[in-house]
Design a protein around this ligand. Structure first.
Ligand SMILES: Cc1ncc(COP(=O)(O)O)c(C=O)c1O
Length: 411
């Protein structure tokens, strides 16, 4: 059990668990795989930073020429710090604050994707104050169900994301010749972990037709942003064949007078990472064998939030009969379950387990709930490892808190 040339067992003996560990080779290969079919074409790849915002990972992707799709000032700061060209940065999200908008305009990013008319009016006001013109994309909600988990589907008419096509058209007319707003983009993103090509096809062609209609007499829309969303294989599930995705993208770019923006997140990073954890206790109830591990839902939220499946393996190869285990964390929530009744070789206290495919939406969604410090992240490059995020400490957490003087006098 190695990541590149480094033994996971050696790492788990060396560092205290739990920790994330990534393979740089996998990230690089995945990015190159994604980029290759679009070389020499009008496609800009903007990595969705939310998937994993670690500065080391952003640096790797920046060196490979990636742009970034960000949803907060924090992600924008990280992307710029990692050296990502501001002219390859897209700012999305339904609720950008005035400060975030001002920061993005000052940093001359490629495009802000708006999701409401009010947001656009606020951007106009801020751009006027800054005496700058900003490129804007309208996120369109195509009313297409991506048939993914209900918490990560974003393109149905009642989802909070985007604007319907008619409203988008109205905005395009009203803001056509504006001094501070350059309305040159349309974007769409119908969800994440999409495992069928059909909803992509439907959404992309709907949006392409809209863009062609708008561009009929004059090239108004210069960027068509098709978002991210490609599902990966977590559980031997059928997912999208990348070549089919490429075919559709190429089809879309035919007879289209604009550049395409693609925003992959999960596809680039999910299978590069594992979460290494130690078994604290084995507990048998009447019907269930619990393996209680030292990683919790605060470290990896996906199973608790989305009922997501992640394969779990034992680093120690124990003899003995296979058994069904329910693998749970130490957090005081019944939802803190990583896997229910999975058949595994005998698990013993102090065994090291690793949870697979956690590179995306793993560390990035972690929290310090239950005052559990945010955990370490390592990255492997050939036979070397580097710590790319240190484990936080509770003392560090407390240092940002303050006891008011009156509280010290309470009797
Ligand atoms: C606007 C936008 N673009 C791109 C992504 C990345 O999606 P994924 O990681 O599924 O590729 C997301 C995530 O949901 C998103 O909201």
């Amino acid at each position: 059990m190695f990541i590149e040339n480094v033994s996971i067992k050696n790492l788990s003996n060396k560092f205290s668990t739990p920790f994330y560990c990534y393979s740089s080779k996998t990230i690089i290969e995945k990015f190159k795989k994604f980029k290759k079919p679009f070389q020499n074409s009008n496609v800009i790849i903007c990595y969705a930073v939310k998937a994993n915002p670690n500065i080391a990972i952003l640096k790797i992707l920046s060196r490979l020429g990636s742009g970034a799709e960000v949803v907060s000032q924090g992600e924008l700061i990280r992307s710029l710090k990692a050296g990502i060209n501001s002219k390859k940065i897209i700012f999305s999200g339904v609720g950008k604050s005035p400060n975030e908008i001002e920061y993005a305009i000052k940093k001359n990013i490629l495009q802000i994707n708006i999701e409401s008319e009010e947001e656009l009016k606020l951007i106009e006001k801020i751009a006027k104050k800054l005496k700058k013109k900003i490129q804007i994309g309208i996120r369109v909600n195509p009313n297409i169900d991506a048939k993914t988990h209900k918490k990560i589907t974003t393109g149905r008419e009642n989802d909070k994301f985007g604007l319907d096509i008619n409203t988008a058209e109205k905005i395009l007319t009203n803001f056509r010749s504006n001094l501070y707003i350059d309305l040159i983009g349309i974007s769409v993103h119908i969800g994440s972990q999409i495992t069928s090509i059909v909803p992509f096809k439907k959404a992309f062609f709907k949006i392409k037709n809209f863009v062609n209609k708008i561009n009929k007499n004059k090239r108004i829309i210069k960027y068509l942003d098709l978002g991210g969303g490609i599902g990966i294989n977590y559980n031997n599930n059928k997912t999208i064949n990348f070549n089919d995705y490429v075919k559709i993208i190429k089809n879309i770019s035919n007879n289209l007078q604009c550049k395409l923006i693609l925003e992959p997140g999960r596809f680039l990073i999910a299978d590069s990472g594992i979460l290494v954890t130690k078994v604290l206790y084995i507990k048998k109830s009447k019907k269930i064998n619990f393996a209680i591990i030292d990683a919790g839902m605060n470290d990896l939220l996906r199973p608790a939030l989305y009922d997501a499946y992640h394969e779990i393996n034992n680093i120690n190869k124990n003899n003995g009969k296979k058994n069904y285990y329910t693998i749970v964390g130490p957090v005081c929530e019944s939802a803190d379950i990583f896997s229910k009744k999975i058949l595994m070789n005998k698990i013993k206290t102090n065994d090291f387990l690793f949870i697979k495919n956690v590179g995306a939406y793993g560390a990035s969604m972690s929290s310090s709930y239950n005052s559990r410090p945010i955990i370490m992240e390592l990255i492997i490059n050939k036979n070397k490892y580097s710590i790319i995020r240190k484990t936080d400490t509770v003392i560090n957490q407390i240092s940002r808190e303050k006891i008011p003087s009156w509280a010290k006098k309470i009797k």
